[in-house]
Design a protein around this ligand. Structure first.
Ligand SMILES: Cc1cc2nc3c(=O)[nH]c(=O)nc-3n(C[C@H](O)[C@H](O)[C@H](O)COP(=O)(O)OP(=O)(O)OC[C@H]3O[C@@H](n4cnc5c(N)ncnc54)[C@H](O)[C@@H]3O)c2cc1C
Length: 482
């Protein structure tokens, strides 16, 4: 019998698992995919919003603002790539200055620190590549950019180190109340007994809710498409540049990434279905043209990838966080700023459990740190010493990002080891560079096959079923002397 079962290991499930791992509780995370952060947490703008955007009085405003300092502290403690580069909302016409003033006022009401309005000259001094049409901007210096994958992984790994169990490939299909709590059925036949259920199932949180309580919200996925540009464009802007928000959301932004690339997007259109993360030429064209209003000189010939993610929009203009049935807590409708708000969402869930009578006793042995070797960031001396201590750090697997076999081996021995080529990429950056794994992909495939003792044809690119090789192309019969 578990004390708590969390359904979903996106940023919200992982943050909740991390928060609960401080206490003497038996916690399990059930995730239908083969890794953490494969839902909305995988494909977003990676911005930790300062908190001026959500309407005052909403949970989104409260939890976002509370989370800004918490996120920074977590990233520092758990070795998550992050940068407090600040954000601007650009007024690209005199009319839009009113929106910027409105947002500044909203920032003050929401308790966002240090926001102010910049003049045209001040914007252009900080961001020389912004359009000459800019009339003013709201500046929010507390906004950050992060690596959302590694952020989620770091929280999940720390939870595992503190005793939380993660079960992957575990698709929750039914939940029934019992005398002591709930019986969860996964993959149609496996069962898990638990006192408390936390619904952190992202785009599927309505389906999970409906297994236990009357339907009262519906998730309508809204897709956002992106361009990712090469590092040669990575210094085109210094901060996250938003346009003025409209009815369809925060609009198209231009931002540096923590890995030194430039990210442009997202649009906002209804998704075909919750799992539809395709991109279309029309929407990407819209994103490109819209972004050029902010930064006309972006060189789109340096694009290395396009992708999309789906927002978990509901009919409520807020997160849906509440105890929907005794011992069943929804952390649902977590659209943007969900990545930003995750630490405070997790703390709120723990508070709700405590209010509901769960007794929390803190562990004496809570491990609250994490670090990993990033070979490319070391000095020449440090690299030499490392290679001397372990020659696997001298074998470069990804040339674009200078990722070594030693780092991939470390990931394979970590608390949540990668099980696909893309999972290695998310942990080590192998394959994130200009050639997009053209060089290192086959080498990573070999390493995975060797590590797991499986055939190369059984190695996955990413999610279940994404086999890279479909069959052997050559068979050899080895006979004596030939
Ligand atoms: C285009 C876009 C841009 C965004 N930009 C930002 C931004 O810059 N800043 C920001 O703060 N927020 C942003 N967001 C929002 C942010 O990405 C989300 O709020 C956040 O990732 C939601 O996390 P989650 O854990 O709730 O959901 P998810 O990451 O979707 O995780 C839910 C998990 O539940 C699992 N699951 C679902 N059903 C089941 C089941 N039946 N059994 C087991 N497991 C199940 C899924 O596989 C998934 O892993 C953006 C979102 C999008 C789409």
């Amino acid at each position: 019998m578990f004390d708590v079962a969390i359904i979903g290991s996106g940023i919200v499930g992982a943050a909740t698992a991390y928060e609960l791992s401080r206490y003497d509780l038996n916690v399990v995370v059930l995730e239908r995919e083969n890794d953490v952060a494969l839902g909305a947490t995988k494909a977003n703008s990676a911005v930790i919003h300062a908190g001026y955007d959500p309407s005052p009085g909403t949970l989104m405003a409260k939890l976002d603002v509370e989370s800004v300092a918490l996120t920074k502290e977590l990233c520092e403690k758990l070795d998550v790539p992050h940068k407090q580069c600040g954000a601007m909302v650009l007024a690209l016409s005199d009319d839009e200055v009113k929106t910027v003033e409105f947002l500044h006022n909203q920032a003050l009401i929401n308790g966002v620190k240090d926001t102010h309005i910049l003049s045209k000259a001040e914007v252009l001094r900080l961001e020389p590549n912004v359009s000459q049409d800019v009339a003013a901007a709201l500046h929010a210096p507390t906004a950050m950019i992060v690596d959302p994958w590694e952020y989620t992984l770091a929280l999940a790994e720390t939870a595992v180190r503190n005793g939380v169990e993660f079960r992957f490939d575990t698709d929750v299909t039914d939940i029934k109340p019992t005398e002591q709590g709930y019986k969860i059925t996964a993959n149609a036949t496996e069962t898990v007994d638990t006192r408390i259920v936390i619904n952190a199932a992202g785009l599927y949180a309505d389906d999970i809710h409906n297994m236990v309580a009357e339907p009262d919200f519906k998730i309508s996925p809204a897709k956002g498409e992106y361009w990712l540009l090469d590092k040669s464009e990575g210094t085109r802007v210094n901060s996250v540049l938003f346009q003025c928000p409209s009815k369809s959301g925060k609009g198209v932004l231009v931002t540096p990434t923590v890995h030194g690339n430039l990210l442009v997007g997202p649009g906002n259109i209804p998704a075909g279905d919750k799992d539809d993360v395709s991109t279309t030429a029309d929407e990407l064209k819209y994103v490109k043209e819209t972004a050029k209003r902010s930064v006309p000189c972006i060189d789109f010939s340096t694009v290395i990838r396009s992708f999309s993610g789906n927002r978990a929009n509901t009919e409520h203009n807020d997160f849906v966080i509440r105890e929907a049935a005794p011992g069943f807590i929804d952390l649902a409708g977590i659209k943007s700023p969900g990545l930003s708000s995750a630490p405070a969402i997790a703390k709120m869930a723990v508070q709700m459990m405590s209010d509901g009578g769960i007794i929390f006793s803190e562990k004496d042995s809570f491990v609250d740190s994490r670090s990993r070797i990033r070979f490319s960031e070391l000095s020449a001396d440090e690299k030499a010493k490392l290679i001397e201590s372990d020659p696997l750090y001298g074998r470069v697997i990804c040339r674009c990002e200078t990722v070594t076999e030693g780092e991939i081996r470390d990931a394979l021995l970590s608390p949540i080891p990668p099980r696909s080529i893309d999972a290695v990429k998310r942990r080590t950056n192998a394959g994130m560079g200009r050639c997009q794994s053209g060089f290192c992909g086959p080498r990573v495939l070999e390493i995975l096959a060797r590590h797991y003792g499986i055939e190369r044809v059984d190695v996955l690119q990413d999610k279940a079923g994404t086999f890279v090789l479909t069959s052997k192309t050559k068979e050899f019969v080895v006979t004596n002397g030939s």
